[in-house]
Design a protein around this ligand. Sequence first.
Ligand code: FUL
Length: 479
Amino acid sequence: MKNFSVLLILFIVACSTREVQPPAPLFPLPSESQLAWHEMEMNTFVHFTTNTFTGKEWGYGDESPAIFNPTEYDADQWIRTFKETGFKGVILTCKHHDGFCLWPSKYTEHSVKNSPWKNGEGNVVRDVMRACKKYELKFGVYLSPWDRNHADYGTPAYLDYYRNQLTELFTSYGPVFEMWFDGANGGDGYYGGKREKRSIKGSTYYEWPTTLQLVRDMEPDVLFFSDAGPGVRWVGNERGLAGETNWSTITPDTLYAGKAGIEKLLNEGSENGSHWVPAEVDVSIRKGWFYHAEEDSLVKTPEQLFDIYLTSVGRGSTLLLNVPPDRRGLIHENDVASLQGFRELLDAEFKTDLALNKKVSASSHRGNDKQYSPSNLTDSNPNTYWSTDDETLSGILEIDLGESKKIKYIVLQEDIRLGQRVKSFTIEINKNSEWQKISAATTIGYKRILRLEPIETDKVKITITNSKACPVISNLEIY
Ligand code: FUL
């Protein structure tokens, strides 16, 4: 009998100290580099080449290097501006479709080395990379596969040229966080003087698997952007709009078929996609990708940039905002002013998190264990989360703001290290002791920001109505 009592006590102690296991990961999951990329949230794109001086968007490839001659060039000003306004990385067009190289490549004469700028000693790639190091921004590379200058374009010899250039870039400049492979190809070009149309088969000509492996061998953590990934996918438009439903998962095979509706698929991803390939939202602060003086009055306003922020970062994607240097080699005053205004707007709109450290109750939490308690949502710690038991695919969260406040935004984040799960949710507020539904949405993913009609309330209710597996939510903010 005595032995039995001891055993019983031991059993009870063991049960009460048994840890409730965390939810099993829901595959596919982001890689470490993809996770870091999500956390960057906002990067800039820099389009700069002979187009800046000719006024074109797509140079033909016959532009003389002599025209590339910025008069007050200062790459430090570009990167400083991006840093001060909150961007975390920069992707530079080292070579656009016209083939002109912004670094003195030893594989072509069509580069800065034959321009009068700095007597042929200039090197934009080096300067941008160094400025990125100085301001602690990550550095990325755009190297256009389509090259309208090169005589060999369209033949296997061009692949050697392209790969040599990648080797040159990845061994001389870096680290490189993202590599942008642009699928655009209009066919015709200068091509070493032939001035003709050359058709290639986009899916096979470039032999991408070999090229990607070459780059990976030099830079194992680099993320490859292309329409279909594999690291990051195109969002399907250049207007700054991620899907209102936005899965970071997609099945890459479905993207190569060239079938209609591909933009929608890229825009929204696939709920049951086989791979983690999140959408990147590339959009220009101006009408074009390159600087044109006649667009000085068309620079997007801080309010327009803020709207784009909400439809990109606010829908679980990363924003890649193009800000092109002008003919002086500076970010134009109007663009700088817009970026600063955008920063001020972000800081003002997201100034005080009304939910921070506020009491949250939940319809249930995993294993009743405080490790998964709803208070994790408002503790500002991204490593803690609220979750439910495995079979519970919905849940109600109530946040007591303590007093009546005007609210404008709800921010939610899933802990995507365990996969993307939530399929739908609603927002209600307390209005005269009754719940009033004010918003409904679908996916959350890395981050979801809902803009509300500003309204006064002291309590907010968030109902996760459906989820692929038990929800795992790490963060909730209210502004
Ligand atoms: C497109 C290109 O053709 C544009 O010139 C620009 O570089 C944009 C980001 O991608 O495919």
